[in-house]
Design a protein around this ligand. Structure first.
Ligand code: SF4
Ligand code: SF4
Length: 178
């Protein structure tokens, strides 16, 4: 008898839930007319950012391409006359990218960042290969204050080694000897 009662109660609960939803306002979102704002740390389209001085952050160290599990990042390093490295070309094949975020984790300069912009898929697979001019943006992304050259112990056109913000003076190794 109690089994029958339990079954009828479960059935009634189910129908009650369905009945309640009949009178609720639908919450269907009309995509793509309406795009729900995603959290800032969502992992989708990748960009190459600039530092607060407006210069390219990427120093073409190859760490992102080394860590990428699907090998979809490639680049060529080059060096300016002031010793600052950059990528002469930088390519990401979004047709292979799995948006794992490992490249962003590995990047020492905070150059490569994933953004919440998820709807850049296209039917033509080759158009998913993005070059540096498609990736490089004119802002700092998620790290507005970070400048690799202020922490890296590298002299720049603006300051010498150890003179940048938050940087310690270079250690003279011989001074540590007994
Ligand atoms: S998000 Fe992952 S798969 Fe995509 S480029 Fe970065 S490391 Fe490679
Ligand atoms: S994006 Fe970052 S990790 Fe990749 S090459 Fe440039 S500096 Fe290195």
């Amino acid at each position: 008898m109690s089994d029958t009662f339990e079954s009828v109660k479960a059935l009634a609960d189910g129908f009650a839930t369905t009945f309640k939803h009949l009178f609720r306002k639908p919450i269907t979102e009309e995509y793509p007319e309406y795009k729900r704002p995603l959290p800032v740390r969502s992992r989708a389209r990748i960009i190459l950012t600039r530092d607060p001085d407006g210069d390219e952050r990427c120093v073409a160290c190859y760490l992102c391409s080394a860590v990428c599990p699907v090998s979809c990042i490639s680049m060529q390093s080059a060096e300016r006359s002031n010793g600052r490295r950059y990528a002469s070309w930088f390519r990401i094949n979004f047709g292979r990218c799995i948006y794992c975020g490992l490249c962003e984790e590995a990047c020492p300069t905070s150059a490569i960042q994933l953004t919440p912009n998820f709807d850049h898929c296209k039917r033509e697979i080759l158009s998913m290969v993005y070059e540096k001019e498609d990736l490089l943006v004119d802002h700092c992304g998620k790290d507005p204050d970070y400048n690799f050259y202020r922490h890296a112990g590298i002299s720049t056109a603006k300051r010498d080694k150890g003179e940048h913000i938050n940087e310690f003076k270079p250690v003279r190794v011989k001074s540590n000897l007994p």
